[in-house]
Design a protein around this ligand. Structure first.
Ligand code: GAL
Length: 423
């Protein structure tokens, strides 16, 4: 029932947006021909810290690419839940935006393998980007020796955000470092009358929490192996992780399946919850919303593991304004562009030449962690798994949220891996 209604809403949303985009084209006089100076940038950054980050980049684009005009193609919805559907439909109809946001790693490979994005390796040389980014990231962006996108940032997914007052009122004085400690703290907050101390939203946010639990229970190497086909999904360690995740869900809000990440964040801001596991775009969003009384810690038991993801921008096949888009891409990769974007977005620059002193407190800590951390990818945000796999995992988690069937979830996840892992 829930799935049907959601699907219907998505279809209506797609239809409305396609109409809107068609109207946009006729305003341009049909455009599509050469000479366009408009650069339509397609993202899901429509509000709060995400919009603030995009605005920073747009301001830099205005300076660096005079004569070109930014057109905002953002479609709201955390993690691109709505945007990706709209984009898929536009790409299918040969109506690409001039550029769009795609996660480095497996998600980007989907677009590359479908032939929907262009090789920009030569521009990397011209813009000096091959040495500006870390070698590991370049590797994640490369397919068959070619590079297809410019990364704007590195985000961290496995972070718990807290309301300092709620935590202090519960008598908690230090951060938990393992699951047992975290559950003990959740109980302390609950004892203060807060029924759902751990705020969470719908499917993909649940997948994020589950991935963090997997990292704790399996360790970094075995966790990464889940996405490479070297760690089995039907093992006892995964069963344990599902049971631990199930326990954590008992501390979460019952309306979770109807909430986006920002709705869950509001529960923390309003003092109705103490904690939320979320990527570090939350730092920027809390700052943009002027909520200062927050703290953060790495998900308990993750140790020094840094679960990374990177937003990158591409040159789609059929982009109308190639020159303008290339100037956007160059700006995204430039030192000034990365600073303008990341100081507002909660992420750290993908470039290695940034100066931590230019950044807010959270990013300074993240920059230091990134250097020494063990890196693992994220399926919820496309660095670990393809979009098909991600969709299957989200559906499985969404079903589990209602039926709490441990064996059923493990079976569904194992089936998804068998279907999507690269052989
Ligand atoms: C991620 C994206 C982030 C942030 C987040 C929440 O997928 O990489 O930049 O926007 O979704 O919407």
């Amino acid at each position: 029932m829930r799935f049907t209604r959601r699907a219907a809403v998505a279809v209506i949303g797609v239809a409305a947006l396609l109409t809107a985009s068609a109207c946009g084209s006729s305003d341009d006089g049909g455009d599509g021909g050469s000479g366009s100076k408009k650069v339509e940038v397609f993202t899901w950054w429509a509000d709060g810290g995400e919009k603030a980050g995009l605005d920073g980049l747009v301001a830099q684009f205005g300076t660096s690419c005079a004569g070109q005009e930014f057109v905002n193609g953002a479609v709201a919805g955390g993690a691109g839940a709505n945007a990706k559907q709209v984009l898929a439909s536009r790409l299918q109809q040969n109506d690409p935006p001039d550029t769009f946001q795609a996660h480095a790693g497996a998600e980007l490979q989907d677009y590359i393998l479908a032939g929907q994005v262009q090789d920009i390796s030569a521009d990397y040389d011209t813009w000096g980007l091959k040495t500006a980014f870390p070698a590991g990231l370049i590797q994640n962006l490369t397919v068959d020796g070619k590079i297809y996108s410019v990364p704007a940032n590195i985000h961290r997914a496995n972070v718990v955000w807290s309301n300092k007052k709620v935590v202090a009122d519960a008598g908690i004085t230090s951060d938990p470092t393992d699951l047992a400690g975290f559950i003990a703290d959740l109980d302390k907050v609950k004892a203060k009358g807060i029924a759902a101390p751990l705020a969470i939203g719908k499917d993909w946010t649940q997948l994020m929490l589950f991935e963090s639990v997997l990292i704790t229970d399996l360790g970094a190497e075995k966790f990464t192996g889940l996405w490479k086909g070297t760690t089995p999904w039907d093992g006892a360690d995964v069963t344990k992780a599902i049971n631990d995740f199930k326990t954590l869900l008992t501390y979460t809000n019952k309306d979770r399946d109807a909430l986006d990440w920002t709705d869950a964040e509001k529960l923390v801001m309003d003092g109705k919850a103490a904690y939320q596991l979320m990527g570090d775009w939350e730092a920027a969003d809390l700052d943009a919303k002027k909520f200062a009384d927050y703290a953060w810690f790495t998900f308990p038991g993750n140790g020094t593991t840094f679960q990374w993801l990177a937003d990158s921008f591409v040159l789609p096949k059929g982009a109308k304004n190639v020159e303008g888009t290339k100037c956007w891409l160059k700006t995204v990769g430039s030192a000034d562009g990365q600073k303008a974007f990341n100081t507002k977005k909660g992420s750290i620059p993908a470039r290695t030449d940034a100066s931590p002193a230019d950044y807010p407190k959270y990013q300074q800590a993240a920059m230091a962690d990134w250097k020494s951390a063990t890196q693992v990818p994220s399926c919820a945000h496309g660095s670990a798994c393809s979009q098909g796999w991600q969709g299957a995992a989200n559906s499985a988690l969404g079903a589990f949220s209602t039926n709490q069937d441990v064996a059923g979830l493990q079976k569904a996840l194992a089936a998804a891996a068998a279907q999507f892992v690269k052989k």
